[in-house]
Design a protein around this ligand. Structure first.
Ligand SMILES: O=C(O)c1cc(C(=O)O)c2c(n1)C(=O)C(=O)c1cc(C(=O)O)[nH]c1-2
Length: 254
């Protein structure tokens, strides 16, 4: 490894095979996934007020609505038809189609249930600058890096189901303004995310065939954990510490 590389397993030898790669990815998730962020501890522990929960859902809408755009870019990176065919259901999961509701509509049920006007949410006018920069960086990453890194950057989904379970239970238990209907987005992801994560994990294990490629896969996952972490840092700074940037959503009553 040269000095420019970001990933190091405490200076250990380069990752020699697919199993070592998987172990390294799981180690990165255990150390860096945003389940560990203080804002999530507050959200799931019932420590936020309704305005702070609204701010979280409003900002997360930008992530949700950018995911199918990101996935369309991922598809555009592959000349291999089989990979495109496998990946395209992700767009349908979020966008739905003429006869079925998708994740974006389910997310709008959440924001509406929290009392936010859907036109305002969809306009993305009130989101934090850092939300936009972080999410756009994810879309640009899959455009600019190798197809292998583009797929690897989705691997945070390996760690999402546990977090979604914790979120559903915690928010239903602690907030009287939350009910099972408005949490349906997360219930659905419990079925969708494992399939997606398993495909991506199998893909990178098969296609990262050199130590340098395995390292690039690990760095793509680190990049993505940073995309998620930066969004929560910004929410905490604005809505817990009270430094709301000009133009961003201001909860009523604050
Ligand atoms: O609530 C969460 O913490 C969370 C995290 C992630 C993730 O780890 O990137 C995703 C989602 N949710 C999610 O709902 C989702 O559809 C999704 C797609 C992707 C992706 O990178 O393609 N990540 C995530």
């Amino acid at each position: 490894m040269n000095a420019m590389t970001a990933f190091s397993l405490n200076g250990a030898a380069p990752l020699a095979n697919a199993d070592e790669l998987e172990a390294a990815l799981r180690q990165i998730g255990a150390a860096r996934y945003h389940n560990l962020h203080p804002f999530h501890r507050l959200l799931h522990g019932g420590k936020l007020n309704k305005g702070q929960v609204q701010a979280w859902a409003l900002n997360r809408y930008y992530y949700q609505s950018s995911i199918p755009i990101k996935d369309a870019v991922v598809i555009s990176r592959f000349r291999d038809r089989a990979t495109r065919v496998e990946w395209r259901h992700r767009i349908e999961d979020h966008d739905g189609d003429l006869s079925s509701e998708g994740g974006i509509e389910r997310w709008l049920k959440l924001t509406e249930g929290l009392g936010l006007d859907s036109a305002y949410v969809e306009s993305t006018q009130g989101i934090l600058p850092a939300t936009r920069f972080a999410v756009d960086a994810y879309v640009h990453f899959v455009r600019d890096r190798t197809p292998l890194e583009a797929i690897a950057s989705s691997l945070t989904e390996l760690f999402a189901p546990n977090l979604h379970e914790e979120r559903i239970a915690g928010m239903l238990a602690h907030y009287d303004f939350v009910n099972p209907e408005i949490m349906s987005y997360f219930k659905r992801r419990l079925e969708q995310a494992p399939r997606d994560a398993n495909f991506a994990l199998t893909y990178v294990k098969q296609h990262a065939t050199t130590p340098a490629e395995r390292e690039a896969v690990c760095n793509a996952l680190i990049f993505k954990t940073n995309v998620l972490w930066a969004q929560l840092d910004a929410l905490h700074h604005a809505y817990v510490d009270g430094h709301i940037p000009p133009g961003a959503f201001v909860p009523q009553g604050s």
